[in-house]
Design a protein around this ligand. Structure first.
Ligand SMILES: Cc1cc2nc3c(=O)[nH]c(=O)nc-3n(C[C@H](O)[C@H](O)[C@H](O)COP(=O)(O)O)c2cc1C
Length: 323
């Protein structure tokens, strides 16, 4: 039986405990997507008691930007700032990876972006195959930059209705070519990206944020995601970070429950042999301790509670050590 305070060795590297900070866009970057002191402090103030920090979603190309002050990784000039962020977290012996993303149809129109998506929808234009190839390259270049900045790995964002999730969900992908239609075709682009990124980052960690359920009748169901997860693992993913799909990260129908996406994470864990992260409305150290003891998930992520209280994890560790 494992405790949340126990270390976990993944691919020969120790994570000092099972507490994870999930990616949370803080709008603290410059308008070019660059790292600021405020952004660094946000992570620095929370790092001490965490096993893993997943830095907020960073756009891999300019037409994938979701918000004005979102972090970016679309160009080499952004690397020195990211390097500084990594350097400031290293003394805590906390692993740190960067989430890379493209917002697709959910890019911010107000920024003058011509929005693209797997299928034309609400003003977003359907991507041509050559553009899909270019985007795959953009993800791989972004992964390269994350390595140059010194991150322990990257997380590919495949949840919350953003581009890769728009490809995998039957509700947003109506293509009739090799990238749409059947389940195998819909997961083709995310898997291509995963394989490309895997090559690019060598032995560093590769996590995939999985939009496990859309919570709609004709949308992605957990059984689809269990199949997808197996293929992600076979393609070289080391960790699966389970969240919601088109329903978003905190759907109102579930959000009252502590650990609202943990059942989905547990279902994914049962279909793969790699570590899985659970998340959703975690508020108490008792809950975190219980889900790890029961073996529901390998890591547990605490988002808003940690955002609102930088010392949440420090207090949780203290509490659990004296229990
Ligand atoms: C302000 C905010 C920003 C977020 N940004 C991201 C993000 O960049 N990438 C991502 O995958 N999830 C993002 N999420 C979702 C969180 O990672 C997490 O899954 C969600 O908040 C549920 O966990 P919690 O109830 O512990 O906060 C964000 C959530 C919040 C509240």
């Amino acid at each position: 039986m494992s405790s949340v305070l126990d270390s976990l060795k993944v691919k020969g590297v120790f994570f000092k405990n099972r507490f994870v900070m999930p990616p949370m866009q803080g709008d603290h970057a410059t308008v070019e997507g660059g790292v600021t002191e405020k952004l660094i402090k946000f992570y620095e103030q929370r790092a001490e008691a965490l096993g893993l920090i997943i830095v907020e979603h960073s756009y891999v190309s300019l037409n994938g930007q979701r918000a004005k002050r979102q972090l970016g990784i679309y160009d080499d000039h952004l690397v020195p700032g990211l390097k500084e962020l990594v350097k400031r977290i290293q003394p805590f012996n906390t692993r740190i990876i960067l989430q890379i993303t493209h917002a697709g149809a959910k890019a911010d129109e107000k920024l003058g972006i011509e929005r693209v998506a797997p299928s034309a929808k609400e003003g977003a234009r359907e991507l041509m195959v050559e553009e899909i190839e270019a985007l795959r390259y953009a993800f791989s270049r972004a992964a390269d930059r994350a390595v140059s900045a010194g991150f322990d790995g990257v997380e590919v964002h495949g949840a919350h209705g953003f581009l890769l999730n728009q490809f995998s969900s039957p509700l947003t992908n109506h293509r009739t070519d090799m990238y749409g239609g059947s389940f195998e075709n819909r997961i083709r682009f995310p898997l291509e990206i995963v394989r490309q990124v895997r090559k690019q980052i060598g032995t560093r960690f590769l996590s995939y944020r999985l939009g496990s359920v859309d919570l709609q009748m004709m949308g992605t169901q957990i059984e689809d995601s269990q199949q997808f997860a197996k293929q992600l693992a076979a393609a070289g993913v080391d960790i699966i970070n389970v969240s919601g799909g088109l329903c978003g990260s905190a759907p109102s129908s579930l959000a009252a429950e502590e650990g609202f996406f943990v059942p989905q994470a547990h279902a994914i864990k049962q279909s793969v042999d790699i570590p899985v992260i659970g998340v959703g409305g975690v508020k108490t150290p008792q809950f975190v301790d219980q889900v790890i003891r029961e073996g529901k998930v390998d890591f547990i992520a605490i988002g808003r509670a940690l955002k609102n209280d930088p010392d949440w994890a420090i207090k949780a560790v203290k509490f659990l050590k004296t229990k």
